[in-house]
Design a protein around this ligand. Sequence first.
Ligand code: ADP
Ligand code: ADP
Length: 232
Amino acid sequence: MIEFKHVSKEFVTNNGKVSAVSDLNLSVEDGNILGIVGYSGAGKSTLIRMLNGLETPTSGEVDVNGAKIASLTGKALRKQRQKIGMIFQHFNLLWSRTVVENIMFPLEIAGLGKAERLAKAEELTTLVGLKGKENAYPSELSGGQKQRVGIARALANDPEILICDEATSALDPQTTDEILDLLLQINHKLNLTIVLITHEMHVVRKICDHVAVMENGKLVEDGLVLDVFKRP
Ligand code: ADP
Ligand code: ADP
């Protein structure tokens, strides 16, 4: 379970203080899919960076399964980060490495042996529907296939949470639907909690259980997708 408790984040800049997130409360149950929407500058990235320990709240706390993220250091923080997978709009793949090498990369960092890495990468290649493409380079793949590699790589360390940062924004509508179907399938199969930042309302409607709408660092809507979209 993810819990943001009275979380605020201020940045000190040359032009004074910027309040990126202010007194935000939000929780996500295990296995749920939460959509976070809001204009540019609303505070979405700051929220996510506090979730994976890249930023520390100015006040309040972010807990994942009872652990206070800001209090973790060293090995405990690295272990916690491994429990959070991320996928991105522009995929962030290693362009000089093959599909299977991209998927094995986080396992290499985690210190797994070659045989284990290969076995895991093979399992993930099948899961994301890229069987036969193991030795292709990212430049030889379509956008949807590149994002499948991103998803497989994000799942390599068996995370509990998957963060999707505008992960379908660079894809055409049909490919977006295919990737969303894959995410739903993975959510069911692995009971993976998914937090999805998007500006696309149909993405929220299609796969999210809950939606949180951010404006100026605050939540202006937070609830079940069915309820939020029904309101006049
Ligand atoms: P979003 O992801 O919704 O576009 P951000 O979390 O990136 O929003 O930004 C929220 C606000 O915080 C913006 O006003 C932004 O300029 C400011 N901000 C974000 N990161 C920093 C930083 N490192 N230093 C100063 N201001 C920042
Ligand atoms: P590696 O670290 O595997 O040796 P490269 O040196 O080829 O990978 O690329 C380093 C980074 O540069 C990549 O992770 C990627 O972010 C960026 N990059 C390289 N080629 C491209 C490309 N064709 N399109 C977008 N980004 C690229």
